[in-house]
Design a protein around this ligand. Structure first.
Ligand SMILES: *[C@@H]1O[C@H](CO)[C@@H](O)[C@H](O)[C@H]1NC(C)=O
Ligand SMILES: *[C@@H]1O[C@H](CO)[C@@H](O)[C@H](O)[C@H]1NC(C)=O
Ligand SMILES: *[C@@H]1O[C@H](CO)[C@@H](O)[C@H](O)[C@H]1NC(C)=O
Ligand SMILES: *[C@@H]1O[C@H](CO)[C@@H](O)[C@H](O)[C@H]1NC(C)=O
Ligand SMILES: *[C@@H]1O[C@H](CO)[C@@H](O)[C@H](O)[C@H]1NC(C)=O
Ligand SMILES: *[C@@H]1O[C@H](CO)[C@@H](O)[C@H](O)[C@H]1NC(C)=O
Ligand SMILES: *[C@@H]1O[C@H](CO)[C@@H](O)[C@H](O)[C@H]1NC(C)=O
Ligand SMILES: *[C@@H]1O[C@H](CO)[C@@H](O)[C@H](O)[C@H]1NC(C)=O
Ligand SMILES: *[C@@H]1O[C@H](CO)[C@@H](O)[C@H](O)[C@H]1NC(C)=O
Ligand SMILES: *[C@@H]1O[C@H](CO)[C@@H](O)[C@H](O)[C@H]1NC(C)=O
Ligand SMILES: *[C@@H]1O[C@H](CO)[C@@H](O)[C@H](O)[C@H]1NC(C)=O
Ligand SMILES: *[C@@H]1O[C@H](CO)[C@@H](O)[C@H](O)[C@H]1NC(C)=O
Length: 754
């Protein structure tokens, strides 16, 4: 039993204002005088038994019978009467629940009940209504499975209800309509369903947080009675129907978060008074359409506006220039067109400006840039922008993230981008050679699918924070950048489809890549053989992460959160945070010879291995069977001989296998994974047996001419198309003005098309 950090802060203060002076005097006056009442002590001890609180050293610091029960950890008494008025505990013992007869409900004078971040299970008993003095109820982050009892509606002194992070379901009881003193209703991260008409009766409510539930209803048409409502958070539910205009009639509101719902149709702020106090409005990931109305300028205090992932079309209205306080504007993933509004570049307060995935076609004739701009993140990817690289971007002195990918920009990449953290120029028509990046902050550089020539600049060795380098699909003519192995943070290296040549191993200098998770050097002219211990020092690869571990890691690790927070939105959608669990090696389409290194078996976290289209000889290393989560294995078009190791039959995730066009012999391993493959996965190995189940009764070796045809067909198919989408809420601070939770979406796409 540990004292928790509760939400009932306000209530605590209130209680202390009225009662603590007495208590303080008592405490200082004498240590001998006990405040503890026998009856209250007995109830507490009974409760300790019920909640199976162990008597170990760690817990006993708290409830020691030789001490005054009012000084027990988490217990607060009324200084006058000695009655327990506040309980504030984390119930750590597994599998305990509150029964309707629990001694807890005999603590009739409780004003504050806080059991959080524990293992409390079962339902909330309806006898909670016996605690008629309760002002704050905080049972958040437990395992309460079940409906909320209607009897809570009788607790008409309640000021705060915090039930987030449980497994509560059903409707919000209609009896909540009686909670006229309620200021905070936090039900986020549960499984509540149904509608929310009852909130219209909560006339004192300040904060409503219903995010991450299954609420599925139209929005209440009249919320005009909620004169004190400051924030309404209803994101990640299934609210549907038209734009919830009733919210905008509430003059006290400053925070409206309704992203990830099913609102449909146009938006309109027409009837609203001109002095809106709304500072944060998120409507991303809905089904809203029509133009962005001129009336949006009525939200003159907006600091954060997220209309992303909807179907808004037309031009951005002129009136948006009146939104002089905007710090974050996200209009990405819509159908907006025409000119990128020129006033955006003149605003000095912008920090994040995301316009990617629209149909913007130009910047207008001349762009004037405010030199004093705070612009930190600029996303213009996946539009129809063209012309030479927009040099005026060089004026954004503190820009950290720039995404111009998937447009039609041409010409040279300027030198001025040296101070960026994340740069994505993928899929344009950029030419010339890659400029110097001598910057220890650079984290990701994606210039893939352009027409860059020359070599990789050596200055990249100084980019000691680099995590991703993608130059795939250019005309870079260079030898293997051995010097990159000094970049201890490099996780993704993609050099594929260029004119790289020479060996990838140098006996004297080779160190391995300690953090590398994905390497793609396919379709180049690398040659030579690899020593047996080639992969031994690739220490990041062996680390196996299950998807569940990954998710909990993402939630728990502050380090990881910090770093994604910096990438934030927009640009992140393209090169993004690499899922920790995805690891891949693609060496295909080069001229490698010799044996496949036995040390490949140490890369136990590998999901994809493609060594096809080389000249590897010898047998398939049995150590491959140690890569238990391998999903794709392509060894086709080499000179491999010998038998297929039996152990590969045990790889239960192996779903794509291609061993065709080698000199393999013997029998296929018996396993469903092998039997599910197409015949073509093994063709071109005349001495391979056991293919009857796959290829039909009699295995007829494929004639040479057909082999060629088949090879061509295969090579046109995408071998892998892998997409992962992770969605996370990330705490965000924008220029110290808005401290909220800004929706962030991350998406990583990995295409290896042959
Ligand atoms: C309770 O406190 C007394 C006095 O501080 C101490 O001697 C005793 O060991 C404690 N009891 C337990 C069970 O920790
Ligand atoms: C928890 O309690 C339930 C019902 O009393 C029981 O079925 C279950 O096995 C218990 N689980 C653990 C982990 O003790
Ligand atoms: C709740 O109060 C009722 C009557 O007011 C009483 O009969 C009942 O025993 C109480 N329940 C608990 C668990 O104390
Ligand atoms: C609200 O309170 C009134 C008066 O105390 C009571 O009559 C009514 O039943 C309550 N409503 C609900 C829904 O609990
Ligand atoms: C809730 O509000 C509705 C509509 O204003 C009203 O008819 C109803 O009586 C209210 N319920 C309570 C319990 O106050
Ligand atoms: C609402 O609840 C979600 C989920 O618990 C939380 O992440 C978020 O911070 C809350 N929003 C506000 C504005 O308090
Ligand atoms: C404005 O008022 C009209 C007529 O009362 C109504 O139909 C419309 O929905 C209102 N719009 C908003 C945004 O409240
Ligand atoms: C690279 O950056 C370092 C540290 O900022 C600086 O001292 C050095 O002069 C730079 N070198 C080049 C070639 O720009
Ligand atoms: C790397 O940085 C050092 C100083 O930190 C500088 O002297 C050197 O020129 C840089 N190397 C390249 C290739 O820019
Ligand atoms: C790469 O550069 C070398 C030396 O400049 C040249 O001989 C070779 O033809 C180039 N290769 C390609 C594929 O352009
Ligand atoms: C291989 O790279 C060349 C350019 O170097 C490109 O034209 C070709 O499409 C690439 N082939 C594949 C299969 O990616
Ligand atoms: C495979 O793993 C086992 C145990 O994990 C180990 O003993 C063995 O040496 C490994 N085999 C290879 C070929 O790496």
């Amino acid at each position: 039993m540990i004292r928790s950090q509760s939400y009932c802060f306000r209530a605590t203060i209130i209680i202390h204002l009225f009662f603590s002076l007495h208590l303080l005097l008592n405490t200082f006056a004498s240590h001998t005088q006990s405040l503890c009442r026998q009856d209250q002590r007995d109830i507490l001890l009974e409760l300790k038994k019920e909640l199976k609180i162990p008597n170990d050293e760690y817990h006993v610091i708290s409830w020691n019978t030789t001490l005054d029960c009012c000084s027990w950890w988490g217990v607060t008494c009324d200084a006058k009467s000695g009655r327990v008025i506040s309980l504030d505990l984390i119930i750590e013992s597994a599998n305990v629940s509150l029964t309707s007869g629990s001694s807890l409900f005999q603590l009739r004078h409780l004003r504050q009940l806080v059991f959080t971040h524990g293992n409390l299970q079962g339902v909330i008993p309806s006898s909670i209504a016996n605690l008629t003095h309760l002002t704050c109820l905080d049972l958040s982050n437990n395992l309460l499975v079940g409906e909320v009892p209607a009897s809570i509606g009788k607790l008409n002194q309640l000021i705060e209800i915090h039930l987030s992070g449980n497994y509560l379901r059903g409707n919000i009881p209609t009896s909540f309509a009686n909670l006229t003193k309620l200021s905070q209703l936090v039900l986020s991260e549960n499984q509540f369903t149904g509608g929310i008409t009852v909130v219209a009766n909560l006339t004192s409510v300040f904060n409503i947080n219903l995010s991450q539930n299954n609420f599925k209803s139209l929005f209440p048409p009249d919320l005009s009675g909620l004169h004190k409502l400051g924030q309404f958070v209803g994101s990640r539910n299934s609210f549907f129907g038209p734009f919830p205009s009733s919210l905008f009639m509430i003059s006290s509101l400053f925070n409206i978060e309704l992203n990830q719902n099913k609102f449909k149709g146009p938006i309109d702020f027409g009837n609203m008074s001109t002095s809106s106090t709304v500072r944060v409005l998120t409507l991303g990931y809905n089904d809203l359409d029509g133009p962005i109305p001129e009336s949006i300028s009525k939200l003159g205090n907006l600091e954060v506006l997220d209309l992303s992932h909807n179907n808004f079309g037309g031009r951005v209205p002129r009136s948006t220039s009146k939104l002089a306080h905007l710090v974050t504007l996200d209009l990405s993933y819509n159908k907006l067109e025409g000119q990128v509004p020129h006033w955006l570049w003149r605003s000095s307060v912008f920090s994040v400006l995301l316009l990617s995935h629209n149909s913007f076609s130009s910047f207008g004739k001349s762009v004037e840039v405010d030199d004093a701009t705070w612009l930190n993140e600029l996303g213009l990817g996946s539009n129809s922008l063209q012309g030479p690289f927009p040099q005026w971007i060089c004026k954004f002195k503190i820009l950290r993230t720039l995404d111009l990918s998937n447009n039609h920009f041409t010409g040279f990449i300027p030198q001025c981008l040296n101070s960026l953290q994340d740069l994505n120029l993928r899929n344009n028509g950029l030419s010339g050679s890659l400029p110097d990046f001598n910057n220890s902050d650079l984290r990701s550089l994606d210039v893939s699918r352009n027409s860059l020539v020359g070599g990789l600049p050596k200055s990249l060795t100084n980019c000691t924070s680099m995590q991703l380098l993608n130059v795939k699909g250019n005309k870079i003519n260079d030898t293997f950048p051995f010097w990159l192995d000094s970049l201890s943070t490099l996780m993704v290296l993609a050099l594929g489809s260029n004119a790289f040549h020479g060996p990838i191993y140098q006996p004297s200098t080779y160190l391995g890549f300690p953090s590398l998770k994905i390497i793609d050097i396919s379709n180049n002219s690398f040659v030579g053989s690899l020593p047996q211990d080639y992969f031994s020092n690739w220490s990041a690869m062996p680390f196996v992460f299950s998807d569940e571990e990954y998710l909990s890691y993402m939630e728990d690790s502050t380090m990881y959160k910090d770093s994604i927070n910096l990438v934030s939105k927009g640009v992140a959608t393209d090169f993004v945070r690499i899922p920790v669990f995805f690891k891949a090696i693609d060496f295909s389409g080069n001229g490698f010879s010799g044996q496949i290194p036995e040390s490949i078996g140490v890369l136990s976290g590998l999901r994809l291995l493609n060594l096809s289209g080389n000249a590897f000889t010898g047998s398939i290393p049995p150590s491959l069977a140690n890569i238990t989560i391998l999903e794709t294995l392509d060894l086709s078009r080499n000179n491999l001989s010998g038998e297929i190791p039996r152990g590969l039959g045990n790889l239960s995730f192996l779903s794509n296998i291609n061993f065709s066009h080698n000199h393999l012999q013997g029998f296929l391993p018996r396993s469903t994974q092998f039997e599910r493959q197409n015949c073509s996965s093994f063709s071109g190995n005349p001495k391979l047996h056991g293919l009857e189940d796959i290829c039909g009764e009699i295995h007829v070796p494929v004639p040479k001419s057909q082999q060629h045809e088949e090879y061509l067909l295969e090579s046109e198919e995408p071998l892998i198309h892998w997409v992962a989408v992770a969605i996370a809420y990330v705490p965000g601070v924008f220029c110290g003005l808005v401290i909220g939770h800004i929706f962030t979406s991350y998406k990583y796409e990995w295409f290896i098309a042959r």
